[in-house]
Design a protein around this ligand. Structure first.
Ligand SMILES: [Zn+2]
Ligand SMILES: [Zn+2]
Ligand SMILES: [Zn+2]
Ligand SMILES: [Zn+2]
Length: 341
């Protein structure tokens, strides 16, 4: 038996903002001793380069010569120090790019108000005036700040969760998507559960909050989805335990194209993307003189199954195919997990 849950739509805007704020708080409070013991944040060479570009006016006014010597002093003071010194300077520079509304970084294209205040491109369309000075926003591009932004090492969004990595803004989004410090979300499909936490806590969460999900032991089991003719979008979920790991089997019925209902079946590992490489899964429908099979590497729950379903990178069949294999409205899917090692 599998648990079925109707898919519900997801309005997580408030939580999202809250999430960003709490990250910001931690980012500001503790930059030094992360628990993973990561010492070298970013690339020291690049940081030093940044420093020399970026510490111009020490004393403001004065003639060209005076000013140049002030820069020299600043540089020798800062660059002479340790790597951590230049790292903290890079962090200070990164903080100049903080959006005053969402505390995320303001990245190119960078627009400023008439007084020079910055706001990020996500918040900007929602604002009528500058959040700092209340003046008009206009469309003034700040090319100098954009140039500076491309030399600054920004800390990963998940630095407060222990990620020691700092990167150029152009590499930031890609890293954060794959970052192992990004919290895991609840692997149950349907987006109705907002739980987040560490990988080690996922199983406990499932056992406490999703008690009704059945678990079967063994590498070769039958995932029995009942009442597959239920109308609307429906998910069937069950767990399979073997090789010392837990897998979540998901069967989803949804209408990707209007008027055309399809079934999507996929297996995800309660584990990291790296651990997935050690396994393969096979899904098989068996009917009278018919067989439909799919083999692939399980998805990590860190990645989730929604993209795979969207790309049909899973076992896909339509409702009439399902009828060929169903028995009294119940569909049995043979699931086999194997190891590659
Ligand atoms: Zn913003
Ligand atoms: Zn302003
Ligand atoms: Zn990271
Ligand atoms: Zn959950």
């Amino acid at each position: 038996m599998a648990e079925n849950t109707s898919a519900s739509n997801n309005s997580g805007l408030v939580e999202f903002n809250h999430h960003l704020v709490s990250e910001q708080e931690t980012r500001m409070s503790g930059s030094g001793g992360s628990n993973s013991g990561g010492t070298s944040i970013g690339n020291p060479t690049a940081s030093v380069g940044t420093v020399s570009v970026l510490l111009p006016s020490g004393g403001g006014g004065g003639g060209g010569t005076k000013r140049r010597s002030a820069v020299g002093n600043n540089n020798s003071h800062n660059v002479g120090g340790s790597t951590s010194n230049s790292t903290s300077i890079s962090a200070d520079l990164a903080s100049l790019f903080e959006c005053p509304v969402c505390f995320d970084y303001v990245l190119p294209p960078i627009l400023q108000c008439q007084s020079g205040h910055l706001v990020c491109s996500t918040c900007r369309p929602k604002l009528n005036c500058c959040p700092t000075c209340r003046g008009p926003l206009g469309n003034i591009r700040n090319l100098a700040m954009e140039k500076v932004a491309s030399t600054v090492m920004f800390p990963c969004k998940y630095s407060s969760s222990g990620c020691p990595v700092s990167l150029l803004h152009s590499e930031k989004v890609e890293h954060e998507e794959l970052c192992e410090c990004r919290p895991y979300t609840c692997p149950c499909p349907g987006a109705s559960c907002k739980w987040q936490g560490a990988l080690e806590q996922v199983m406990e969460h499932l056992m406490v909050a999703h008690k009704s999900i059945t678990t079967l032991q063994g590498e070769d089991i039958v995932f029995l989805a009942t009442d597959i003719n239920l109308p609307g979008a429906v998910d069937w979920v069950m767990m399979q335990s073997c090789f010392g790991h837990h897998f979540m089997l998901v069967l989803e019925k949804q209408e990707k194209y209007e008027g055309h209902q399809q079934f999507f079946a996929i297996v995800q590992l309660i584990g990291s993307r790296k651990q997935c490489d050690n396994f393969a899964y096979r899904l098989e429908l068996n009917g009278h003189r018919r067989r439909l099979a799919w083999e692939a590497t399980p998805r990590s729950i860190h990645e989730g199954v929604s993209t795979a379903i969207l790309n049909s990178d899973c076992l896909v069949f339509d409702t009439s195919t399902a009828q060929l294999f169903a028995d009294n409205g119940n569909l049995g899917i043979n699931v086999t997990i194997s190891t590659n090692v």
